[in-house]
Design a protein around this ligand. Structure first.
Ligand code: CMP
Length: 135
């Protein structure tokens, strides 16, 4: 039997800077995802480093932590059938120059780093990431 699934979206600091937070939420809602929980926060370095621990050894890690702590983010718990894939599909790939037309990153991202939003990439990540922000 099909069961509803939950995933985590983060609207990132560049979207706050360019004032497209509302438009991103609108794309999410129009795709049929339900907003279950939503909170604004300004992450500290410890939180951002822990959240992105899997990228600790990547060359862009320090820049990523700098960026994610540079301003507000919105963390959003989303629900739908197949929510993880559905949201990843409307989010688009990391690099906005390669993202499909109509996706959040094609519409709103600025670069591979300043890419407007985040989405959990698997069921295991979604569970960990939702627990991280919402307990
Ligand atoms: P996100 O989906 O939140 O997951 C990891 C983040 O690291 C990613 O979005 C980008 O913000 C950043 N990132 C991934 N690859 C690169 C890269 N090659 N250069 C800079 N930042 C990157």
């Amino acid at each position: 039997m099909h069961k509803k699934e939950r995933t985590l979206a983060i609207i990132k600091p560049d979207a706050f800077e360019t004032k497209c937070v509302g438009e991103i939420i609108s794309v999410i809602e129009k795709a049929g995802l339900d907003i279950i929980n939503m909170r604004l926060l300004h992450m500290n370095r410890e939180q951002a480093s822990e959240f992105y621990a899997e990228h600790k050894n990547k060359p862009f890690f320090t820049d990523l932590v700098d960026y994610m702590t540079s301003g507000s983010v919105a963390v959003i718990e989303l629900e739908a059938y197949n929510a993880i894939k559905l949201y990843r599909d409307i989010l688009g790939v990391t690099d906005p120059t390669k993202a499909q037309e109509g996706t959040i990153r094609k519409l709103f991202a600025h670069s591979k780093q300043r890419n407007a939003a985040h989405g959990s990439d698997s069921k295991i990540s979604a569970e960990r990431e939702l627990r991280f922000f919402f307990g």
